[in-house]
Design a binder for this molecule. Structure first.
Ligand SMILES: Nc1ncnc2c1ncn2[C@@H]1O[C@H](COP(=O)(O)OP(=O)(O)O)[C@@H](O)[C@H]1O
Ligand SMILES: [Mg+2]
Length: 253
């Protein structure tokens, strides 16, 4: 059963950039304890969907409710409920991770120093705490963004291509943290094209193509329905299927 104040309810979401329709009537929901993978090829509309949820772009119709509220109606509430890492996270390059976490913790009202220390250690950032963020590797910058997003213990974690630039060990730690997060009743939405990770940690996945939901379900359900042995194959088949249908409809005039 879904209820209205579930972590996320996306309903008929449409995002346009001028004449371009990036998200075309998308609907999906997340319950507490779910890790939902938004999968799709480049340009499918994943980032636009995430931006609309966060209130960074205005939907031209439909809505995204975070624990019952839209970002537009109550931005402070929605921001307190979400921890987000965008595709190209904006970090303060001249700050060190130490200063940056202090800043984020103060803005977020986080006083749990042990939690902050535990996250820093979990992501192996101890030796970089006094290095300006600008001088960090891509992987370490990504880790800093992830720790900053987790600092205030958000209920809903939203991660746009979170595994970019992370090494195998960081991905493993990340997965562990996500699983702990949902054990405590949190929820996770992420987009990725690294199918191996999606397959391992998603409770459900939604395949989007040209801004529309092509198929949705557990990985096992999709494997049976689409007759693919891996998520990668499913993604290819599902999006190809959509293209073929569109072509056929075009043929009908
Ligand atoms: N600011 C923008 N202005 C115009 N078109 C955009 C903008 N952002 C994204 N798009 C277009 O919208 C579509 C969806 O993009 P995006 O949401 O970034 O997809 P994904 O994250 O799945 O790769 C693409 O065709 C992209 O070119
Ligand atoms: Mg994207």
């Amino acid at each position: 059963m879904f209820v209205v104040d579930d972590p996320l309810v996306v309903d008929g979401l449409v995002v346009r950039y001028g004449a371009k329709v990036a998200v075309d009537g998308l609907s999906f929901r997340l319950r507490p304890g779910e890790v939902y993978g938004l999968l799709g090829p480049n340009g499918a509309g994943k980032t636009s969907t995430i931006k609309a949820i966060l209130g960074l772009v205005e939907p031209s119709s439909g809505s995204a409710l975070v624990y019952g509220k839209r970002a537009k109606d109550d931005p402070v509430y929605v921001k307190s409920k979400i921890g987000a890492v965008l595709e190209n996270p904006v970090l303060f390059d001249s700050l060190t991770p130490n200063e940056f976490f202090e800043f984020v913790a103060s803005v977020r009202g986080v006083r749990d120093v042990d939690r902050i220390r535990a996250l820093i250690e979990a992501f192996d950032l101890q030796t970089y705490m006094e290095t300006p963020i600008a001088a960090l590797s891509l992987g370490n910058k990504q880790k800093v963004a992830v720790v900053a997003a987790l600092l205030h213990s958000p209920g809903l974690l939203i991660l746009d291509e979170p595994f970019n630039g992370l090494d195998v060990r960081a991905v493993a730690i990340f997965k562990d943290i996500l699983l702990k997060h949902i054990e405590k009743g949190g929820a996770v939405l992420f987009s990725t094209h690294i199918m191996e990770v999606a397959e391992k940690i998603c409770t459900r996945v939604g395949i989007i193509h040209q801004g529309r939901m092509v198929d949705e379900g557990t990985v096992d359900e999709l494997k049976q329905r689409i007759h693919g042995s891996s998520l990668e194959e499913i993604l290819l088949k599902a999006t190809q299927l959509e293209k073929d249908v569109a072509e056929a409809l075009k043929g009908l005039g």
